[in-house]
Design a protein around this ligand. Sequence first.
Ligand code: ZN
Ligand code: ZN
Length: 148
Amino acid sequence: MSEAPRFAEPVTGRCLCGAVTITVTAMQAEVEICHCAMCQRWGGAFFAGLKGESVTVTGEGAITLYRSSEWAERAFCGTCGSNLWYRFLPTGHRSFLAGLFDLPQGMAIERQIFVDEKPDWYDIAQESPMLTGAEVIAEAMAQGLSFD
Ligand SMILES: [Zn+2]
Ligand SMILES: [Zn+2]
């Protein structure tokens, strides 16, 4: 997997009501798309996430955390309902919803995952690597992570 391009300046996003702001440094300038059934249930369709290095969050008191599985936690604003991030607990890494940020046009898709769970009523036109759920899990296990 090649290293994704990153924004030189910190990028700040916010939820719909503004109670929560999130500032991410060295944020990836490529979106990761997840089509899994849980992301669909969570957000209505696919999840579009962005990762970064250090993160500053304001309005922590407004945030509700939901443990969506053994290995993941999802956060949303308890006031306006905006989804905020997906945290993969084995690594602690968070992936923030792309829609929280004002982003430039022209961004690439890093990859699409769980493509085998994608409903057939939409397709993403932009060319990008596509992995099935089994391929993603195999990749994570190859990195020493366990889903038992
Ligand atoms: Zn809010
Ligand atoms: Zn997902």
